[in-house]
Ligand binder design. Sequence first.
Ligand SMILES: [Zn+2]
Length: 352
Amino acid sequence: MKTNNSLFNPKPGTKEYKRFIIAQNAYRQEIFLSFFGIYGQSPGPTLLLNAAVHGNEVVGVEVIRKLVEKIDPCTLKGNILGIPIVNPLGFNFGDRWDPFDRQDMNRVFPGDEKGTLTERIAYFFFKNIVPKADFIIDLHSAEFPDEMIPHVRLRNNCPPDKGHWKFINSCGIDVIWQGPAIPGMLQVEAAKLEIKCLTLEIGAAGLINSNNVKVGLTACENVMKIMGMIKGTAKIPNRQILLKSNEEWIRSPNGGIFKPDIHLGQMVRKGQKIGDIMDPTSFNSENIFSPLDGIVTGITHQSIIRSGTRLFMIVHFDNEQKDKHFRTINPSLPNTKIVENKLWQTIKKYLT
Ligand SMILES: [Zn+2]
């Protein structure tokens, strides 16, 4: 690890579990972060895994739990540090944030030692844990009640230099979504310390399913294999699909009960029926049709809807612009087998 610190006991070949007490709630119960360290027998990089910066995004919590169970410190090269729930305040209420201070923790890094409770936890994490890492995987899910196709969320000011792209490629996720850099985000603030942070968006807030956990687990293990921390060959798609964050959601024209006909990653045609809205007052229903050709990249899990509720995100590709949307993987990644990007196969069929 970069520096020694009395907070940790990084003895090679061991696992460590700790609680870092930070503050108190109104009833004087301790507010703490649960930490684990897996200290490899051999030297190597230090990877920080964290989840639930938004308290209800729990897919990553399960991904980290499974990794802690699986990874043997005696065969690990380097160290893995983990905070499975960075925002225990939001988690405690099953919410994205703490209902008292209503702050988005992913907008307040590096935090404030004397600030609100959210800012104090962010400060502790950013000051004591983040600087120990060479790389971070920051696990998120789509905001409730939506789900988006699993993707890497890349913020523009993180320079897409070779090292960062290698890290992005290494996770093997098919889609990269580029969005604006907002001060206070973990990825953006970690970049100022020259620490590479991969933000993964997998699944929906408040929900876990085994497919999404597998996607997250595979992504983390791919990174560790390519970095030489664990043994094995990473399966990496031959190209990653680049999307911009200005894609718009298709919103409901009316209220009622919504039933989708399509799923994430499916190709749809303009005019195709993609769902129904049932009228709860008459028990009639109306059909919803796709306004464009494209791939379904977002969907709501909410059934009770009203006018303006987000239903689907469908991204259009055309033949002329398709090269802008794809980035070929660097074939020189170590410990890697290059495989076809399945989503690209779907898109290719729709383009021809
Ligand atoms: Zn999030």
